[in-house]
Each structure stands twice: as C-alpha cells, then as structure tokens.
Design a protein around this ligand. Structure first.
Ligand code: T46
Length: 138
C-alpha cells in the first residue's frame, strides 16, 4: 500500500499493477492494498450528462474510489478545506475517510467509478445536509 500523494485531504493510492504481456490486472485486498477490510463493492456508471453526484459525508465509512473508465472530478471537503482531484486512471485510487464531504462532477461519457467500502450500506451513516456536516465536523 503505497501513498503517492498525501497532502491535506486528498490521499491517492498507487495501485499495484500485476500486468504481463497480455495486459494489466489490479487486485484490491482488504488490509493489504487497502487500509481497511472490504465489506462492499459498488460501481457507478451510465450517469446522465451534466449530472453531479455525492453531496454527502459519512460518519464512519472508509472507502476507496477508482475511476475504471473515463474521468471525473471529485471535490472533497473536511469542513475547513475544500480540494479537488481528477480521477482518470484505473491504477490510482482516491481514499476517502469518514467525515469528508464528497461531490463528483464532470463525469465523462462512459465514466465508470468503482468504490470499495469498509462497511455494508447503511443510510444512517450518511450526512446529506452540508449544514449538518459543518456542525458535526466543527
Ligand atoms: C459515496 C459516493 C462516492 C444502495 O442501495 N446501496 C449502496 O451500497 C449504495 C452506495 C447506494 N444505494 C442506493 C441509495 C440510492 O437510492 O443507490 C442509490 C444511489 O445512491 P447515492 O445517491 O448515495 O449515490 P451517490 O453516487 O450520490 O453516492 C455514492 C455512495 O452512496 C456514497 O457512499 O461515497 O457514491
């Protein structure tokens, strides 16, 4: 698990490519490639043109986000700082911890985002109001 960029709230993981002359393969292993155990995997695709997603934080959830195809711009906000990063490579993962507001913008046509999560889906873990997020993170 090698962090190639860890400044402020953006943490990108350089994912190990197990390639050979047939092509490339990346394996994500909980507790090895990722700093948490994996309980859930989901992917986002076929997002309508011009639509942004996210606009929430999680109370406890740890996740890794990888753009497998296309690109998208992710905004992260810890209640004090607001930063953004383009995800455009299947070899790089954006680690997002708890109490980080996230937004996904400018998803390109054909954009596919894989998300690996440390917990099962739980709507109670979501903070969907930015004002509530600011109060809870203060
Ligand atoms: C996140 C960003 C990056 C489920 O039933 N199970 C699931 O595991 C997930 C993730 C979602 N859903 C349902 C809940 C909604 O009815 O799928 C629908 C769309 O979910 P949501 O509006 O939360 O999708 P995004 O793209 O805004 O956010 C998702 C994740 O929910 C969130 O945890 O960090 O991707």
């Amino acid at each position: 698990m090698e962090s190639i960029k860890s400044m402020s709230i953006i943490t990108m993981l350089d994912l190990p490519v197990r390639g050979d002359d047939r092509g490339s393969l990346i394996a994500l292993e909980g507790g090895i490639t990722l700093p948490f155990e994996i309980k859930r995997v989901y992917y986002i695709f076929d997002t309508s043109d011009g639509v942004s997603r996210g606009f929430h934080a999680h109370k406890k959830l740890q996740q890794l986000m990888v753009c497998l195809s296309g690109r998208c711009r992710v905004v992260l906000d810890d209640g004090v700082r607001r930063e953004e990063v383009w995800l455009e490579s299947p070899t790089q993962g954006l680690q997002i911890g708890n109490m980080i507001w996230r937004e996904m913008h400018d998803l390109s046509p054909g954009c596919v985002i894989l998300v690996v999560a440390g917990e099962y889906y739980n709507e109670d873990d979501y903070i969907r109001s930015y004002q509530d997020f600011l109060e809870l993170s203060a």
